[in-house]
Design a protein around this ligand. Structure first.
Ligand code: KIV
Ligand code: ZN
Length: 527
């Protein structure tokens, strides 16, 4: 360990986890979330123990602004952060978006590398410094704390980076972030840069140094950990490592590396690691993107020991092939099977073992769905429970509900489906349609019944548990009025799962654009 490496194991000393899943992660293709999904994830991130949640980029769109503002009003413990370019309009918009936060942070960023200065900004070094200073000074008066990011810091002249950071500290920034924007650096270089910054930036002991690594060369986590070893006390990362291009540093990997290798790093985070797996699964559900099986910490194979030699070793002593316990990250070790005679208490306690802590209202809904499933399926496994617990979106209920569904298909012929839906205004409507397969027929019938056109752009079905009576999860993406909408649902019947997922989308569209009075189709029907 060099003299610049952080050696303190002081209980107060900890690595702040700055989660940017809702900003850098969400802006990556395939990972966009609607407002309710963002709120749900923000809630889970706070329960996970994240210190700072970057909730979005409020100037990007009215939707982003609204999501950041709702998150700021909802969270109690985490600092809520909004991203802003070094422009007065961005900074003022961001300040308004986060004004309700218990603790608010504006994150201003400006490129500092020669390539970006010349080709992106067309600014001299002095102009970069002046712009950063003006922006930080403006932001400082509008929130509790200001973070400054020197975009493309790892390709910036280190002496100039020190100059910029000196000016940033003098202007009032309390967190200095050195992003590896293009995922170019190596752990050795990262360590050297952070050690250099801590030696040369004036007032280095009064600010927090932060890393923000992209994964273009697969080194984002290693680079983040190298920064921590060299004194960084904030790490910017995302759940499942989602983010621009090859992604950002994966939070679960950084957190578990610091925990499992505690004697090596000598500094920990405040994350409740037993919530890592449930949070990873929630993100996967909300974005409709599966986690690769072999993904470290949260992949399906992360704790599976298939080879005979490994299994033999594990039976003799777990430590032979296991460096952490599945329970440490929220994967329940023992598989307990529940059935139709299991009560609320057993269900709640099983959910808790699995890292889910629903409130009373959510528990009622989960229990009802559990009972309905137990009636259809003799054994309810952990995977089933997880699907029920995650799939329960209190906001995704109504105005439409599925009352009845019939579908039939014939080899070589068209398929037909009929649905009966109820609306929360008390009306019921039935429609039938034919289609190119039962899924298409069901979607057409729902379109007709609700008067909501759905252009299907993606459709996936996967089994969520084992056995012939396994539940299937349907994930749909559909376009409606130039927007993509995503819905997912589970059932032991995949056509029903598809219908329910389509209704999630229809309901989201209906809530986004409420009609005055009843919906057009029912108005027509009752007129
Ligand atoms: O990668 C990057 O440089 C960023 C900044 C906005 C922090 O995401
Ligand atoms: Zn980034």
């Amino acid at each position: 360990m060099t003299p610049d490496q952080q050696t303190s194991t002081d209980a107060e000393d900890h690595v702040r986890i700055f989660d940017t899943t809702l900003r850098d992660g969400e802006q990556a293709p395939g990972f966009s979330m609607d407002r309710r999904a963002k709120l749900r994830l923000a809630h889970a991130l706070e329960a996970l123990g994240v210190d700072i949640i970057e909730a979005g980029f409020p100037q990007a769109s009215p939707d982003d602004f609204a999501a950041v503002s709702e998150i700021a009003g909802m969270l109690r413990n985490a600092t809520v952060c909004g991203l802003a370019r070094c422009q007065p309009g961005d900074i003022e918009t961001t300040a308004r978006a986060i004004e309700k936060a218990q603790r608010s942070r504006i994150h201003v960023f400006l490129s500092t590398s020669p390539l970006h200065r010349e080709h992106k900004l067309g600014m001299s070094k002095q102009q970069v410094i002046d712009t950063a200073v003006r922006s930080i000074e403006l932001a400082r008066g509008l929130c509790h704390e200001v973070e400054f990011s020197a975009e493309d810091a790892l390709r910036t002249e280190p002496e100039f980076l020190v100059e910029v950071f000196n000016a940033a500290v003098a202007a009032g920034a309390t967190t200095l972030n050195a992003p590896d924007t293009v995922g170019y650096t190596t752990p050795g270089e990262m360590g050297e840069l952070f050690a250099y910054l801590r030696r040369h930036v004036q007032g280095a002991d009064k600010v927090i140094f932060s890393s923000h690594c992209h994964n273009d060369l697969g080194m984002a986590v290693a680079n983040s950990l190298a920064a921590v070893s060299a004194g960084a006390r904030q790490v910017e990362c995302t759940i499942n490592g989602i983010g621009e291009r090859a992604g950002n540093a994966a939070m679960e990997e950084i957190v578990m590396a610091l925990k499992v290798r505690a004697p090596h790093f000598g500094v920990d985070t405040r994350i409740d690691t037993r919530k890592l797996y449930p949070t990873s699964r929630l993100l996967s559900l909300l974005t409709g993107q599966n986690v690769p099986r072999n993904k470290a910490i949260v992949g399906e194979n992360a704790f599976a020991h298939e080879s005979g030699i490994h299994q033999h070793g594990m039976l003799k002593h777990r430590g032979t092939y296991e460096i952490m316990h599945p329970q440490d990250v929220g994967i329940a070790e023992t598989k307990l099977v529940l059935g139709k005679h299991s009560g609320r208490h057993a269900l709640r306690s099983r959910l808790q073992t699995m890292g889910y802590t629903p409130d009373d209202a959510e528990m009622e809904n989960i229990f009802a769905r559990f009972k309905a499933l137990a009636d259809k399926k003799r054994e309810v496994h952990d995977d089933d429970l997880e699907a029920i617990a995650l799939g329960h979106d209190p906001e995704a209920v109504g105005p439409w509900h599925l009352v009845q569904l019939n579908s039939s298909s014939h080899l070589g012929g068209s398929a037909s489906a009929s649905v009966r839906l109820s609306h929360e205004d008390g009306t019921e409507i039935g429609e039938a349609a034919i289609g190119d397969g039962p899924v298409d027929a069901v979607l057409r019938a729902i379109e007709r019944a609700t008067g909501t056109p759905l252009e299907l752009t993606n459709f996936q079905v996967r089994g969520v548990s084992e056995g012939g009576d396994a539940q299937g999860q349907a994930q749909l993406t559909a376009r409606n009025q130039d927007r993509e909408w995503r819905g997912q649902a589970i059932s032991t019947d995949i056509v029903e799962a598809t219908a329910l997922a389509a209704l999630v989308i229809v309901n989201r569209i209906a809530r986004q654009a409420p009609t005055t009075g009843t919906h057009p189709k029912v108005q027509g029907a009752v007129a």
